[in-house]
Design a protein around this ligand. Structure first.
Ligand code: SAM
Length: 311
């Protein structure tokens, strides 16, 4: 059997996402994360509509974009892969027609925090998507800022590609044929993988590897039709700038929470990330994906295509 075929959750406990890598980055204190991220409590690129827009408004706009992209407006059952501190889970659970929301995360601190919120019709699981077994099909799947963690630094391109393909095959299987998948991820842009900053791959995001756009396109081939792709790299640069501003405004409190060394690490991380996006070394990709079905016919029409609403 080839090394690629052997690569599976059964042979590699870190397949699809390293729990240790996640805990290193995320479980350093919910209060510390809240201080940096602000009231939106979202840890992913926002979607700004102009220079005067606030981070909070831009985060809400981003989540609404993904809800429209995955057609949550007509969904009863929704999965979020990588739910963070649950801002999107809450927005989805407030939709009147939604009766089942499932959120997956690898962070124990996020799971405990989310369970304490008691969101309506919502189940939060400390579970890797690679071992998730849904009770029934979902109408919408959203994943924001998690795909970056699916492949491991040091694995081969073939192994990474196997994981990406597996993710999309599962999403395709889990979705109702009429459903939608919305995905947001950082990707390598105008740079070679070998040029990745050692600080980022060891101190900030250990045991992770970013995809290239072409690797994602290859992984969805024959499973999902691409309805839209946006590269919003400047929006991520600005999100990093806003988080750095939040951290600097309450630096003394932050140091009391996690110590000087950790705060310095985050200051460096946010500055480096912002520069990387501005220079186009890394991109911020948002995808709207529609499952490919074998019953598509000439009766398909613009009127039935809810995606025209995706601005
Ligand atoms: C950058 S945070 C984004 C959180 C949230 N989506 C947001 O926008 O605020 C990434 C999230 O993905 C989760 N994650 C990463 N790899 C995962 C995996 N293999 N299975 C489930 N969750 C995963 C992490 O635990 C974390 O909650």
């Amino acid at each position: 059997m080839s090394a690629v075929l052997e690569h599976s959750p059964a042979t590699d406990p870190k397949y699809g996402g390293s729990k240790e890598g996640i805990l290193h980055h995320y479980d350093i204190g919910n209060d510390y994360w809240g201080l940096m991220l602000g009231p939106a409590f979202a840890y992913s690129a926002a979607l700004f509509n102009g220079p005067g827009d606030s981070l909070e408004a831009a985060q809400e706009r981003k989540f609404r974009w993904h809800m429209a992209s995955a057609h949550v407006e007509r969904a009863e059952s929704v999965l979020e892969v990588g739910c963070g501190w649950g801002t999107l889970l809450r927005m989805i659970s407030e939709q009147p027609q939604v009766n089942n929301v499932v959120g997956l995360t690898l962070s124990d601190a996020q799971t405990d925090y989310l369970n304490s919120l008691g969101l309506k019709n919502t189940e939060v699981r400390a579970e890797n998507w690679a071992v998730h077994e849904p009770k029934a099909k979902y109408d919408s799947i959203v994943s924001i800022g998690a795909f970056e963690h699916f492949a491991k630094d040091g694995d081969t391109r073939e192994q990474n590609q196997r994981v990406y393909r597996d993710f999309f095959e599962r999403c395709h299987r889990w979705l109702n044929p009429n459903g939608g998948l919305s995905l947001q991820t950082i990707a390598f842009g105008n740079m070679r993988r070998e040029e990745a900053s050692e600080f980022m791959t060891t101190e900030i995001y250990p045991e992770t590897d970013l995809p290239y756009l072409n690797e994602i396109i290859e992984a969805v081939d024959g499973l999902f039709e691409v309805v839209a792709i946006r590269n919003d790299r400047f929006h991520y640069a600005r999100s990093y700038d806003e988080w750095l501003k939040n951290l600097r405004a309450r630096r003394g409190e932050a140091v009391a929470m996690v110590g000087e060394e950790e705060v310095r690490r985050f200051e460096r991380f946010f500055k480096l990330g912002s520069v990387g996006f501005r220079m186009g070394k890394i991109w911020l990709l948002r995808f709207s994906l529609r499952p490919i079905r074998d019953d598509w016919s000439v009766s398909g029409s613009f009127e039935n295509d809810a995606d025209f609403r995706l601005a």
